[in-house]
Design a protein around this ligand. Structure first.
Ligand code: FES
Length: 157
């Protein structure tokens, strides 16, 4: 995390003095972009850098489901399970993903290629059901489209 401190210093310039706690969210986002997840050592580093209580960082991490606390696969598949997606078959798609990948939500394939997570609304309800791979949205998904997407990711597309 230390190599990100120059970036964090630039972020700090955007906030009024004394508002260091406002930096928790953008710093965590940047850490996750870099590492793929937020490690305990990152939390300790932020506590030392920002001078905020650890609980404040833990609160942000636990509130926002987008944050990960453990490594994920090279292709991190997130399937929305919220209302609009559920009404359009999200559960069937999640079952399909589980069978196709051989893992359940929260797991990573043994080769580290794929991980699967269920997530809350990704603000793409109008094109439900929604699946994201490494943050890229794939909308109006069907089992057939999922198969093609996963096959292309297996090939490294
Ligand atoms: S409910 Fe799935 S994107 Fe909104």
């Amino acid at each position: 995390m230390k190599h990100l401190i120059p970036e964090f210093e630039k972020l700090r310039e955007r906030f009024p003095e004394g508002f260091d706690s406002s930096l928790v969210l953008p710093c965590l986002r940047r850490i996750q972009e870099e590492r793929g997840f937020v490690a305990d050592s990152d939390i300790e580093g932020l506590v030392a850098y920002l001078g905020v209580p650890r609980i404040q960082i833990e609160e942000v991490l636990s509130f926002y489901g987008q944050f990960r606390r453990a490594p994920v696969g090279r292709c991190h598949v997130e399937a929305c399970r919220n209302l609009s997606c559920s009404l359009l078959g999200a559960e069937r798609l999640i079952d399909h993903l589980s069978k196709k990948l051989g893992i359940r939500p929260g797991e990573t394939t043994p080769d580290g290629e794929f991980s699967l997570a269920t997530v809350e609304c990704m603000a793409s309800c109008g094109t439900a059901p929604m699946v994201a791979v490494n943050g890229s949205y794939h909308e109006a998904m069907t089992a057939e489209k999922l198969d093609a997407l996963l096959d292309s990711k297996r090939r490294g597309d």
